[in-house]
Design a protein around this ligand. Structure first.
Ligand code: PMP
Length: 374
């Protein structure tokens, strides 16, 4: 049998360079650390599983689905449940995505006219600028003020100068955990020349929202996700806003972007809605305990959080991250993410035993890194 001809790496590189966009080849991409065997406190997941009866109900429901058929492209049954649980105001429409990451991509694609831009603040969710650039939309970045507050005047000035098609702000913000000032956001929405999308991914832990304000502005839409609430594996995000805006964004959505199993599983779990709300309350209580414990550790400076994670500053953060990893705890290193995040680490709020393990590992690691010369 004739073996395929060996390809020289240089030849392959040249072929790829002729095909794949230069900016895509230059990208580092979004990396996710391997969490096998670790206590996973890196990705803002809900640490609690579903109760046995909900799980067995899910099994029966999944078995009854016709997997040979395409899903309902409009996910009507799931949307009805979502409308109720999220209290979507009458007259507002919902658009579902394969995670809110997909919604960001649809928004960016819709706005990517030549010369158009998306405005965001930094530090914030790393996917905002990454998706904008991939979609050919310039990203206008406005630095946050001290304490990671919104620099409202700087945002207004940047909007006046760049006239962004889209302003995208996370409320609460990731990775800083704070809620921006509500009145400041209203001013931004009122003065924005284009669409403003407020990303309420962490809403279950903040319970502040612009949902009831959607009718007050012609250019406001919201994003939500089921990921942080406890269904990250299903990949379900949503855009909520006026049908006139959403009708156009919807044309970019691939027809069957939310699969049959995600649709029925999400509807089933949300119909037992109280359970996820109870878990969110437990996470909020653990957040307070974790923040208190962090603040007591010498040299550890946690930032106030309205989300299900805590950002903290500590000397030699990278060494600490490695030391925690050696002890089986995976958190998020923000090394190199943004100059304002120098020496910052982000820990997701876990179950009580996980938080205890994290605090024990942290307490043991701090003296170790203080004396090492790594
Ligand atoms: N928005 C923000 C602010 C986030 O932090 C995240 C996840 N880290 C997302 C959106 C994406 O969530 P999803 O799982 O719905 O894609």
């Amino acid at each position: 049998m004739k073996m395929p001809e060996r390809v020289s790496p240089a030849d392959l590189d040249a072929r790829i360079a002729r095909v794949v966009r230069d900016d895509i080849r230059a990208l580092a991409g979004y990396r996710v650390a391997d969490a096998s065997g670790m206590i996973k406190l890196d990705a803002m997941e809900n640490p609690f599983g579903l109760p046995g009866d909900v799980r067995s109900g899910l099994g029966t429901l999944a078995a009854a689905q016709a997997l040979n058929r395409y899903p309902d492209p409009e996910a009507r049954a799931l949307k009805r449940v979502l409308r109720k649980t999220m209290q979507v105001p009458p007259g507002m429409e919902l658009l579902l995505g394969n995670g809110s990451d997909e919604i960001i991509q649809l928004l960016a694609l819709a706005c990517a006219r030549p010369g158009a831009s998306m405005l965001g603040v930094e530090p914030s969710f790393a996917m905002f600028p990454l998706i904008a650039r991939i979609c050919g939309l310039a990203f206008v970045s406005v630095p946050l003020a001290g304490g990671f507050d919104l620099d409202t005047e700087a945002v207004l000035a940047a909007m006046a100068r760049h006239r962004p098609a889209l302003v995208l702000l996370a409320y609460p913000n990731n990775p800083t955990g704070n809620l921006f000032d509500h009145a400041a956001l209203e001013r931004i929405v009122a003065q924005a020349p284009g669409l403003v999308v407020i990303d309420e991914a962490y809403h279950p832990f903040a319970r502040a929202s612009f949902m009831s304000r959607l009718h007050d502005f012609p250019n406001l839409a919201l994003m939500r996700t089921l990921s942080k609430l406890g269904l990250a594996g299903l990949r379900l995000g949503m855009l909520i806003g006026r049908p006139e805006w959403l009708a156009h964004i919807d044309k970019l959505r691939l027809p069957y972007n939310v699969n049959v199993l995600s649709q029925c599983a999400a509807a089933h779990v949300l119909e037992h809605g109280a359970i996820l709300e109870q878990q969110a309350a437990a996470i909020r209580a653990e957040r307070a305990r974790l923040a208190g414990a962090l603040a007591k550790l010498p040299g550890v400076h946690p930032y106030p959080s309205e989300a299900n994670f805590i950002l903290f500053r500590v000397a030699r953060a990278s060494a600490l991250y490695d030391a925690l990893k050696r002890r089986g705890i995976l958190i998020k290193s923000l090394a190199g993410a943004h100059p304002a995040l120098a020496d910052c680490l982000r820990v997701s709020v876990g179950a009580p035993a996980e938080n205890d393990a994290f605090l024990a590992a942290l307490t043991a690691s701090l003296p170790e890194i203080a004396t090492s010369h790594a």
